[in-house]
Design a protein around this ligand. Structure first.
Ligand code: ADP
Length: 407
């Protein structure tokens, strides 16, 4: 089955066309037939990148004023006589859409019907920046592929197994009743992929395995996964809570914002920008939100860059300790995403001092392993530490296939 995976942002549309089937999942032989993205939609000059499994690559800069034209461009390349991988759009068997917020309404992926779309729209209040472009992505794809099944895969769904003591905030209960204010968590497809991958790598049943997953990208989050189910995660009602991220502050004393709003006369959107766009690695270092740049500066002796890296790693270490307590027993810690897969120094520092809980970190293995899968603890470490490149698209493709096959 050929599944088109779409991830639609406000000015971008990422895609992968994945060949999958129950047998391919079982044998791990799923194949990305083509992938790419359209960026800067609606701007003076857009960027289109496309590559196929046959080795063809296209990069062009047309004017793409709206998302519908982006979908049309993607279909044009996928069906192109030379570098295409299918002969007509109808060869796409299903479309899987990444939807950021499913609120409490969705604890699993679902085939999109008018009723489902209505419920997704009701979640817009919880993710006003993310859900509208996701919904638009569905609308324009449905316009071009009206007879193809479409499936919604939610970032929040995997964390719907959290127990109430993990997802409630100690705020007046009426705020939960009125506005559904609670922890939801995000990056669900990534955390789920990592847990499943550990199950594949170790051959141990998911039900018997406790895992701490550490997704460190531009946005970062961790999850405590007990027997295959998320029991806690670091992002909250929005993706702002938790770890130190590229430009997001993560955990802070909420009173700081009240203090600043009063002292600096901050407007709502200024406070929002401060926390989401001008904080984190970028804001604290004053250098960059990119870990590569920070490591280079730290190596060159820049003290603030060094401290920024310490800040990020200490927060990860604290969460590992917290989730060890939440899980009661940890079998695996897994690092993933841009920073987790590539930065050996962040992995090493995040695991410093964890010997007390059974982590025997292997520095040589850690240094040798960048953007590859493998173990970075010793073989006899009670808690195994891994690097696993994440693959959210494959999770979306698998769920899409299952929802279509199972009706
Ligand atoms: P997103 O959350 O946008 O999907 P990614 O998971 O792609 O982000 O992570 C992007 C981040 O990964 C970059 O901002 C950079 O900090 C980090 N990164 C990428 N490559 C490296 C590398 N070789 N070394 C250290 N950090 C890296």
């Amino acid at each position: 089955m050929k599944v088109l995976v779409l991830n639609c942002g406000s000015s971008s549309l990422k895609f992968q066309l994945i060949e999958t089937s129950p047998e391919r999942i079982e044998n791990q032989t799923e194949e990305v037939l083509a992938e790419g993205l359209v960026e800067k939609i609606g701007m003076a000059e857009s960027t289109v990148r496309y590559s196929s499994h046959k080795g063809d690559a296209v990069k062009e800069k047309p004017v793409i004023l709206e998302h519908a034209a982006a979908v049309e461009t993607i279909l044009y390349h996928l069906t192109h006589g030379k570098h295409g991988v299918i002969s007509k759009p109808e060869d796409i068997d299903a479309v899987g859409h990444r939807i950021v917020h499913g609120g409490e309404k969705f604890s699993a992926s679902v085939k999109i019907t008018p009723d489902v779309m209505e419920k997704i729209r009701e979640c817009v209040a919880l993710a006003p920046l993310h859900n509208p472009p996701n919904i638009l992505g569905y609308e324009v794809a449905h316009q071009y592929l009206p007879n193809t099944p479409h499936v919604a895969v939610f970032d929040t769904a995997f964390h719907q197994t959290m127990p109430p003591h993990a997802y409630f905030y100690a705020l007046p209960y009426s705020l939960y009743e009125r506005f559904q204010i609670r922890r939801y968590g995000f990056h669900g497809s990534s955390h789920r992929y990592l847990a499943f991958r550990i199950h594949q790598l170790t051959g141990k049943p998911m039900e018997e395995t406790n895992i701490i997953t550490v997704h460190l990208g531009n946005g970062s989050s961790m999850a405590a996964i007990k027997g295959g189910k998320s029991i806690d995660t670091s992002m909250g009602m929005t993706p702002l809570e938790g770890l130190v991220m590229g430009t997001r502050a993560g955990d802070i004393d909420p009173a700081i914002i009240l203090f600043l709003m009063e002292r600096e006369n901050l407007e709502l959107n200024q406070a929002n920008n401060l926390l989401n766009k001008h904080s984190g690695l970028q804001g604290f270092s004053g250098i960059s939100n990119d870990m590569r740049e920070l490591v280079a500066q730290a190596d060159a002796g820049n003290e603030r860059a060094k401290l920024t890296i310490e800040l990020l790693c200490y927060r990860v270490r604290k969460y590992i300790g917290a989730y060890a307590a939440a899980l009661g027993h940890v079998d695996h810690i897994v690092f993933s995403a841009g920073i987790g897969e590539n930065s050996s120094i962040v992995r090493r520092k995040s695991c410093e001092g964890l010997e007390f809980m059974g982590v025997k970190f292997d520095s040589e293995r850690n240094e040798a392993l960048n953007h590859k899968e493998g173990l970075i603890s010793t073989d006899d470490s009670a808690v195994k530490v891994w690097v696993v490149p994440t693959n959210e698209e494959i999770v979306i493709a698998r769920d899409t296939m299952r929802c279509v096959v199972e009706g």
